[in-house]
Design a protein around this ligand. Structure first.
Ligand SMILES: Cc1ncc(C[n+]2csc(CCOP(=O)(O)OP(=O)(O)O)c2C)c(N)n1
Length: 725
């Protein structure tokens, strides 16, 4: 662990009374204290100002960043981090740590300052490199990059919604693994949220669900500074936030003075004592606290204070103007106590866990395996193989069977839909409903069965797609859980920010999307996805898999479970598709390579390659047969996943699409954008580049050209173009 260099500083002596400390006027601030023989209150003020000025200096040095929030929220952060948060900076991944989420990710320098000060492996040099190339202190907190950062935040509202996922995960793991006298999971999730966080719809969805689920160990400190990026909240955000959260079922408290440490302390203590409701603590703070000309203005929000204003602020707060990045010994000592306390927490927990291991060896092993993200042998042994069937089944239906087979073996696999279980086929039968066991009210419509508890595998997200995505991200980030979500493909737009963040965080979350094309029929263009496939494929590090039939669907689920560092979108049909006869066609595990030759030209020298995904694979298979009957050599390629294909060696890709075969026709009931990469300049695409229409699915497909005849015509035309005869 790198210890920071600590400078001794001389700070002019100036005593402050308890009363004056509670006031917000600048003159009474009590940081102007002697460096020696400080009492605790003085040291605490020194520590809080250390956070403030590390943040101010880092932003100023970077000439970029957000100083206002750290300056205003430093006191509550200090109280939470030094008096309550149970964590161990030397082991940031200690399993039973309290989770802290800075939902207002733009205030990242606050988090980095706290991480450095409490002893995480984040040297002071990193704070000096704030927002610079290659540093561990990027503009917004990024999970996986900086030790101690639990989740990537910045898009407002996401962190709060992720925290709901953490709190669900805690309840789930506790329910699954704790035994009387043996509590191995028992921690809080604490989130610091801003006005912007509370304004964004996703936080309302998530908070509503958290209230319903009575997630008592979720505590949100709301930095109620009444200023946003460009405005006073008096012109944008005037509802009674406390009442709003009360209506959601939260316990709420208000701290009128965000610098009153004892009031904050009391509120957090009370929040922790509330077991059956999440807590919101509205803490009235002042953005840019201490800055003579910028406090309480949006000028303090997202720009450096400026050289002169930094000087004025330090003068006003009794802080040495030079040098920057001062960390007084006394302040550091208060924060670094986290190392000793953390060691004690961890040691005590290790003892608890070894007693647990003795009493419940199998459970302990399972818990460790799951937390290490290892799959138990036999995890997929119940996954069915589907017999060939020309009528077949919808891939959503196949998915339902596979998912249920998996969930019986994998207690890590939990999730649900946004009020669409009967449509998305994602109910885990008899695997329990995730609800507060105290509220069991009998056989409610919609409950799936198998027990009503915090150990239920079925999460009922309600009609809340965006929060569903973000909560699933929280579950995925937490560890030991493979979360899945489900809705219609067209509504992927409602959860796109969450999908993007899962990809950015390199976390496995399985996003199931059914009703994947215009073929869904009568619900019409508002339900019929067009551009969604292309837009999902545009997200880096996301696997988008559109299986062709039931057996490819089984394989797609296997890939989704095995993929640890990427989210996966499974794109499934509402309508039946034939289950291909795998004795005639290549095996479904070709899906693992993204694209594979399903059936080749009889002479192995195709005139044309037909390529399709999902429901259109059946179509090209039929069309191929017809073309072969007309003595045209056709290769049929199933291409369920572009990203997996792109990851194959060039030699494999050239085998599937030999460069000299220029006649290539792709068929997919979605936007054609992007297909040119595979069909090339001389190829063609049958796709959908306009909105759909309300009519029976088969009619819509026919009208949009998804017929065997049209595929054959377009194929023949293409070959005609190349080989006139
Ligand atoms: C979804 C989203 N929209 C917009 C932004 C850009 N943005 C960053 S901070 C902010 C508002 C800041 O207000 P507040 O949340 O109160 O933070 P404070 O001003 O207290 O730092 C905005 C609009 C964002 N980060 N995320």
């Amino acid at each position: 662990m790198t210890q920071p260099k600590v400078r001794k500083i001389r700070i002019p002596k100036k005593k402050s009374s308890a009363k004056s400390r509670k006031e917000n006027n600048l003159k009474s601030r009590s940081s102007a204290l002697p460096a020696k023989n400080l009492d605790l209150e003085q040291m605490e003020q020194l520590a809080i100002n250390t956070v403030r000025f590390l943040s101010v200096d880092a932003v100023q040095k970077a000439n970029s960043g957000h100083p206002g929030l750290p300056m205003g929220a430093a006191s509550m952060a200090y109280v939470l981090w030094t008096r309550f948060l149970r964590h161990y900076p030397a082991n940031p991944l200690w399993l039973n740590r309290d989770r802290f989420v800075l939902s207002a990710g733009h205030g990242s320098i606050l988090l980095y300052s706290l991480l450095h000060l409490t002893g995480y492996d984040l040297p002071l040099e990193q704070l000096k490199q704030f927002r610079q190339w290659g540093s561990k202190t990027p503009g917004h907190p990024e999970r996986g990059l900086t030790p101690g950062v639990e989740t990537t935040t910045g898009p407002l509202g996401q962190g709060l919604a992720n925290s709901v996922g953490f709190a669900i995960a805690e309840k789930y793991q506790a329910s699954l693994y704790n035994r009387p006298g043996h509590e191995i999971i028992n921690h809080y999730t604490c989130v610091l949220a801003s006005d912007g966080d509370l304004m964004e719809g996703v936080s309302s969805e998530a908070a509503s669900l958290a209230g319903h689920l009575e997630l008592g160990k979720l505590i949100c400190l709301y930095d109620d500074n009444q200023i946003t990026l460009s405005a006073s909240t008096h012109i944008t955000f005037t509802e009674d936030r406390a009442k709003r959260f009360e209506a959601y079922g939260w316990h709420t408290q208000t701290v009128e003075n965000g610098n009153d440490l004892e009031e904050i302390d009391k509120a957090i203590r009370e929040a922790q004592a509330i077991g059956d409701r999440p807590s919101l603590i509205l803490v009235r703070t002042h953005i840019g606290y201490g800055s003579p000309h910028k406090q309480d203005t949006f000028e303090a929000h997202g720009s450096p204070l400026g050289v002169e204003e930094v000087k004025f602020t330090k003068q006003a707060m009794g802080w040495p103007i030079e040098p920057p990045f001062i960390i007084p010994d006394e302040a550091l000592a208060l924060f670094r106590a986290a190392l000793k306390k953390g060691k004690a927490y961890e040691t005590e927990w290790n003892m608890r866990f070894s007693a647990y291991t003795k009493s419940f060896p199998d459970l302990a092993k399972k818990f460790q395996q799951e937390m290490a993200d290892e799959l138990r042998s036999g995890w997929d042994e119940e996954v069915p193989t589907f017999p060939a069937d020309p009528k077949g089944m919808a891939t959503r239906a196949a998915s339902g069977k596979v998912l249920n087979a998996l969930s019986r073996k994998l207690s890590t696999l939990i999730g649900g839909s946004a009020d669409l279980d009967p449509s998305t086929d994602t109910a885990l039968k008899a695997m329990g409903d995730f609800e507060n066991p105290n509220n069991e009210t009998g056989n409610l419509q919609g409950s799936i069965g198998g027990g009503w508890s915090y150990g239920g595998h079925n999460l009922h997200f309600g009609v809340r797609e965006h929060a569903m995505g973000s909560i699933a991200n929280g579950l995925g980030v937490y560890g030991g859980i493979i979360p899945f979500t489900a809705t219609f493909l067209t509504f992927s737009d409602y959860m796109r920010p969450s999908i993007r963040l899962a990809a950015l965080m390199k976390r496995r979350v399985v996003f199931v999307f059914t009703h994947d094309s215009i073929a869904l029929g009568e619900d019409g263009p508002i339900h019929q996805p067009i551009e969604q496939l292309a837009s999902l494929r545009a997200i880096p590090n996301l696997l988008v898999i559109r299986p062709a039939d039931a057996n490819e669907t089984a394989e797609a689920w296997r890939v989704a479970i095995e993929t640890k560092n990427q989210p996966v979108a499974l794109i499934l049909t509402r309508q039946d598709v034939p289950t291909l006869d795998r004795t005639r066609f290549a095996a479904a595990n070709g899906l693992r390579r993204g694209a594979y030759v399903l059936a080749d030209a009889p002479n192995g020298k195709p005139d044309i390659i037909l390529i399709a995904t999902g429901s259109e694979v059946g179509l090209i298979v039929e069309a191929s047969q017809k073309l072969i009957d007309k003595k045209i050599s056709v290769r049929a390629v199933s291409m369920p996943c572009w990203e997996l294909f792109d990851a194959q060696p060039q030699s494999y890709r050239d085998k599937v699409f030999p460069p000299h075969i220029r006649s290539r026709l792709a068929v997919e009931a979605g936007a054609t954008q992007g297909w040119c990469k595979y069909v090339g300049d001389e190829g063609d695409v049958i796709g959908v580049d306009r909105f759909g229409a309300s009519a029976p699915g088969k009619i819509v497909m026919k009208e949009y050209g998804f017929t065997v005849d049209n595929v054959c015509d377009r194929a023949r035309k293409m070959i005609g173009r190349k080989k006139p005869n």
